[in-house]
Design a binder for this molecule. Sequence first.
Ligand code: FA5
Length: 347
Amino acid sequence: MDIKLKEIQQDYLNKIKTAKNLKDLDEIFLSLFGKNGEVTLLPKQFSQLDKEQLKKLGPLFNQVKQELEKVIGNRRQAIREESYKALENEEFTLPPLRWEAKQRTGHTHPLTAFEQHTAKIFNKLGFVQIDAPLIDTDYNNFEVLNIPENHPARDLWDTLYINSNLKTQNSKLLLRTHTSNSQIRALSQNKPPIRLMNIGRCFRYENVDARHEHTFEQFEIIYVDKGVSMANLQYLSEYFLKSIFGEDIKVRLKPKYYPFVEPGVGVDGLCIFCKGKGCRVCGGIGWLELAGAGMIHPNVLRAGDIDPKEYSGIAWGFGPARMAMIKYGIEDIRLFNSGELAFLEKF
Ligand code: FA5
C-alpha cells in the first residue's frame, strides 16, 4: 500500500505543478480529498494491514497528505500572484462615455431578491425577522450552543477570531460562523410561541471552491411551541423547498451532528447539474447540502430560560446561495460576489 501511496503522491505532485488555474486546482483537491477522493478512501483499506505495517504506513500517510495539502496551497498562492502580475500590464482606462452609450439601470442583486422572496414565504407562516451581530462573542456563537471551548465540534466551523483584547461576556470576539448566533437572542428575549428568522452574512476560513465561499449568507429559522416535533421540521422543509423550486424538487433529510440540536439533520437537494451522478459542483456527492437543522437541544432552551419539559423547538440554517445555485442553474457560488456584470445582468 505504501507503493500506491507514493504513486498517488508522485502523480498528484506533477498534476499540481502543471495546474494552470484555480479551477484545475479545485478539481485536483476534490479528487484527492473530496468524499470519494483517493486520499480520503485510502484509510478504508488500513484494516487489511497488520500492526507493524500500520505503524510504518500511518506516519507516511500523514506526511503525504500534509505535503499534498501544502503544495496545493502554495500553487494556489502562486497562481494568484501570477494573475495579479498579468493584471499589472493591463490597460484599464475605459473610453469616455458617449451620449448614445447604453444607460444601465441597476436592479436588486439575485441573492438579495432570493432572500426577500424566502423571507416572504416564512412571513406568511407568521415568522418575523430579527437581527444578530456579525461580530459576536465566542459565547453566543459556540458556548451557549453546547459547544464549549476545546469541544471537537468546533472543527466543523473554521472560525475567524478577532485579534483584540476586547472581551464581552469574558469571551473572545469572532466573525460569526453561522446565523445560529441568533438562537440565544431569539430564545431569551421572547416567550413561546416563538417564530423568528435571521438572515445575514457569515464568515469562515474556508477552502473556497465551487460551493464554498468564505463570506456567505445564511437564513436561520427558529420555531418553539408546545408539541413541536420532527414532523413539523419535515413538513416545513418540504413546504418551503417546494415553494421555491416547485413540486418536482427532490429533497432528502439525512442524520447530521450539530451539538445544539438533538436529533440533527442535513437537508439536501438533488444536484441539478449531474442529476445525482456526482460532479464538480456537488463535490461528487450527487446532492447539494442546503441546510442544517434539528430539534433545539434542551440545554439551549434552558439557556434561553425556556423549560424543555413544557416546550420544544426546531431550527434550520439554510444557505441561500446554494439554493439559488439549484434554482437558477449556477455552477459556481463565487459568481454571486464576483461583481461580474455579464453574470448579474442575466437576472
Ligand atoms: C450550520 O451553520 C448550522 N448553524 C446550521 C443549523 C442551524 C443546524 C440550526 C441546526 C440548527 P452548516 O455549517 O452545515 O451548519 O451550514 C448550513 C448551510 O449553510 C449549509 O447547508 C450550506 O447551505 C450553507 N453553507 C455552509 N458553509 C458554506 C460556505 N462556505 N459557503 C456557502 N454556503 C455555505
